[in-house]
Design a protein around this ligand. Structure first.
Ligand SMILES: [Zn+2]
Length: 501
């Protein structure tokens, strides 16, 4: 499946598809004094190892011209074929590198056989044992003139600080669709494939930032379709693949297709996808959507994201905040799919904190119960099942009973709103409207503020399920019924004291 990827991978610095990496390497290679140890950091499948091999080839060629190898000498040929004995590749993941590092230490001082320099490429370097790192550190402190190291890793945080501080780091990011198309261009040209612009775009989207996936998908298409690949064929082939892409997943959440979104999380779970990585990709996709929505960047295929126009930037920002939180939770739970599934369910019960659609915000919502959105799904109904039901009096009793849970739900969002809630109690429920009796005008006025009201309503949704609206009226405090709920200075003082302690 990697046939195209291997055949058409870049073979010179100028052919690198990752623009930022290309520029950084060009700058470094122009310096008179080159660093002896590089660290390539980034997720899998985005060209770290191929780039390391190109850099090694440049450093190995005895006839290097500026940034590029001569591409003519026997050393260059050997480098291309992977038979250059002066380029030593070590996979730290396979045996934690103990024997390899021992050999490295024994041989590092020897002159290169035929190349200008000796280059060690260590893949997944974070897997090395501490002993191996210590051994390498000694070499890094005083590297022999003709020795260079290129370390690749997906987890730089696992590399000891003492080693890290001696490395020149280059960060690899997921490729843009433009960069992917550039990379695919070589294979398409080389194999004389007939494939239109739209189908190319679709492939680039489906690859989701991975050059390797892009080439794999193109190769699969080529195997089934031959040299002429139509948009329809591409779409049919990539269908299943496309539905689990972060951008498509975010679309499902934002447009209320919650059931489908949950199905995607199940599918990811079955495929044993790394959820932390997936969440990161979702964040990147969400950021991209936000930029498109704000008009900061132009989307490649507008027809594919028509739905975006109906989303407010606030709503997108809110989803990004939720994704960030889910990523944080990812480290604390041992069910990797759970944070993402909770996030999806949260969006099923309507807007979370400030997450309402603009239309809702504009509605005079205190006295009206909002209609459920058209996109209501079974999941949403399922959530409703667990919602408080029964007569209004029964609901009131339940709301009062669950009041501590409401405060607990509000607390992480805003501490001073919790203080406001301490100064009131639910006194009436009509349908989905809860009337709060507030003890002081100062509290009442602050609770009625749009921002605070929304926070309370979000807390209610989280603690009780379903959607709720609040109205606030002044009411005397039970244990102090005789005191008139006036608005004097003492009142304000008491309120302030209650809020600020
Ligand atoms: Zn050469």
């Amino acid at each position: 499946m990697d046939a195209f990827y291997l055949k058409y991978r870049p073979r010179a610095i100028r052919e690198l598809d990752n623009r930022r990496v290309r520029r950084e390497l060009e700058q470094i290679l122009q310096q008179a004094e080159l660093p002896h140890a590089f660290l390539f950091v980034g997720p899998k499948g985005i060209g770290k190892t191929s780039t390391a091999r190109i850099l090694a080839k440049v450093l190995a060629c005895p006839h290097r011209r500026g940034l590029e190898p001569c591409n003519k000498c026997s050393v260059c040929r050997a480098s291309d074929q992977g038979t250059n004995l002066d380029i030593i590749e070590i996979d730290a993941a396979s045996n934690r590198g103990i024997d390899d590092i021992r050999r490295l230490r024994e041989q590092v001082g020897l002159a290169p056989l035929q190349s200008a320099n000796k280059i060690y490429i260590i893949d997944e370097v974070h897997m090395l044992t501490n002993e191996a790192f210590n051994a390498i550190l000694k070499t890094l402190e005083e590297p022999p003139e003709h020795v260079y190291f290129i370390f690749c890793t997906t987890n730089p945080e696992k590399i000891p600080e003492t080693v890290l501080s001696r490395l020149t780091t280059i960060r690899f990011q997921r490729a843009s669709e433009e960069e992917i198309e550039r990379a695919l261009g070589r294979a398409i040209k080389g194999e004389h494939l007939k494939i239109g612009q739209k189908a190319r775009h679709l492939l680039a989207t489906a690859a989701d930032g991975s050059f390797r996936d892009a080439h794999k998908l193109l190769y699969q298409l080529y195997l089934s379709e031959g040299k002429r690949i139509t948009f329809a064929a591409a779409k049919k082939h990539l269908g299943r693949w496309l539905t689990i892409l972060p951008r498509e997943f975010l679309r499902l959440i934002l447009t209320g297709e919650i059931e489908k979104a949950l199905a995607v999380t199940r599918e990811l779970e079955e495929k044993q996808v790394d959820f932390e990585d997936y969440l990161r990709r979702c964040l990147q996709a969400g950021q991209q959507l936000l930029f498109w929505r704000l008009g900061v960047e132009k989307p490649p295929l507008e027809a594919e994201i028509n739905w975006l126009a109906e989303q407010t930037p606030e709503r997108l920002a809110h989803l990004l905040a939720d994704l960030t939180q889910a990523l944080r939770q990812e480290k604390e739970v041992n069910i990797p799919a759970l944070p993402l599934q909770l996030l999806v369910s949260g969006w099923a019960t309507g807007p979370a904190e400030n997450g309402g659609v603009a239309k809702e915000a504009a509605a005079p919502s205190v006295s009206t119960v909002p209609e459920a959105p058209k996109s209501e799904t079974k999941v949403r109904e399922a959530v409703r099942e667990s919602e408080i039901k029964g007569s209004d009096a029964a609901k009131l009793a339940a709301v009062q009973e669950k009041w501590p849970a409401v405060m607990a739900a509000v607390k992480p969002m805003n501490h001073s709103v919790v203080a406001l809630l301490k100064a009131c109690r639910p006194i009436k429920v009509e349908g989905h409207k809860i009337t709060l009796g507030v003890f002081y005008p100062f509290h009442r006025d602050r609770l009625a503020e749009e921002r605070n009201r929304r926070i309370v309503e979000t807390g209610l949704a989280k603690a009780l399920g379903g959607r709720w609206q609040i109205a606030c009226i002044l009411t005397p405090k039970e244990d102090n019924k005789k005191e008139p709920p006036g608005g004097g200075g003492d009142d304000l003082y008491a309120a302030a004291k209650e809020i600020f302690g």
